[in-house]
Design a binder for this molecule. Sequence first.
Ligand SMILES: CC(C)(COP(=O)(O)OP(=O)(O)OC[C@H]1O[C@@H](n2cnc3c(N)ncnc32)[C@H](O)[C@@H]1OP(=O)(O)O)[C@@H](O)C(=O)NCCC(=O)NCCS
Length: 289
Amino acid sequence: MVLPFPIKGDHLLRELVPYVVATPANLPLLELQPFGLPTPSAHVIDPLRLESAVFLDLLHKLDGLTFGPEGMPMPKWVFYDCSELPGAIYGLARPAATVWPKVRSLFQIPADYAGLVPVSMYVAIPMPQPGMWFGHNLSSLAPVFRRLDLVPDLDLAGLGSLTKGLALKCFRVQQFWGATQWQSKALYIHAKFGPLALQTAYTPAHSEHETLTYGFRCTDGALRASMGDPGVQIARPPVDAWIDGRDVVRLKELQAQMERGEAWCIPQAPRPQADGMLVPIARWTTACS
Ligand SMILES: CC(C)(COP(=O)(O)OP(=O)(O)OC[C@H]1O[C@@H](n2cnc3c(N)ncnc32)[C@H](O)[C@@H]1OP(=O)(O)O)[C@@H](O)C(=O)NCCC(=O)NCCS
């Protein structure tokens, strides 16, 4: 066991190494040994330095490889202005010297590059209230590995969940906020942290109106549960209804209910369907917090 508790995909932490992107001003505020897993100082990337350019290009490629098919790749300036500078990025990587040949060509890694090649990242931005962060981006190359059969004997299942769990510990998040689409498979991951308190159900302020805004309290238990520690039990209210994220009328109705003061949550993981998934909702109760 690399972490002091069992997780799904323990082998991931033998195949991959952690890295952090943060400015020198933000770095001292981070936990560089989340749950005791050290981030070597050579794996701390300073976005203000020229020597970081290739790694940050690779991160941008990772974003394109994962978010591109979702139709939301990030322009590079957004990466800099809204991620690297105000916030932090935590993820797992493979040293270029041992990176798998198909991954090397996928990323078009320069022949003389000896740094890290990122295979996952979590980006978050601090909000004005101390300990409150907004989750900006989660990327895992695991589905791309599977789709392109990049390393047939390596199963990266669990990479996305592990990356988000370690990242929130690294950023010392106490109260989390996030936004995601009702049809996003990432909801399977987000729900692992516990019931998600809904803040919006239909969000015209976002370019994808069928976006939900959610939050949860970031306890060690929530983080350990997200990584697959079977020893953590999380209280979850019973499901009241199942939502099809394409049903705009239903999303607007739920939004109106919340604007009238009703409190709702996503109590557990979605239910897969042949053509997408259904997302459970429940009345928010004190048992959720
Ligand atoms: C979403 C993403 C991060 C997932 O990465 P990953 O490494 O596959 O994630 P994990 O393996 O940790 O978790 C995926 C979970 O979804 C579940 N899942 C995915 N598709 C599923 C399906 N069709 N039916 C049931 N469960 C499904 C998996 O079973 C797994 O849960 P489990 O650990 O309980 O088995 C990755 O696909 C990605 O980068 N997507 C593009 C960018 C994106 O959408 N980011 C999220 C923005 S909010």
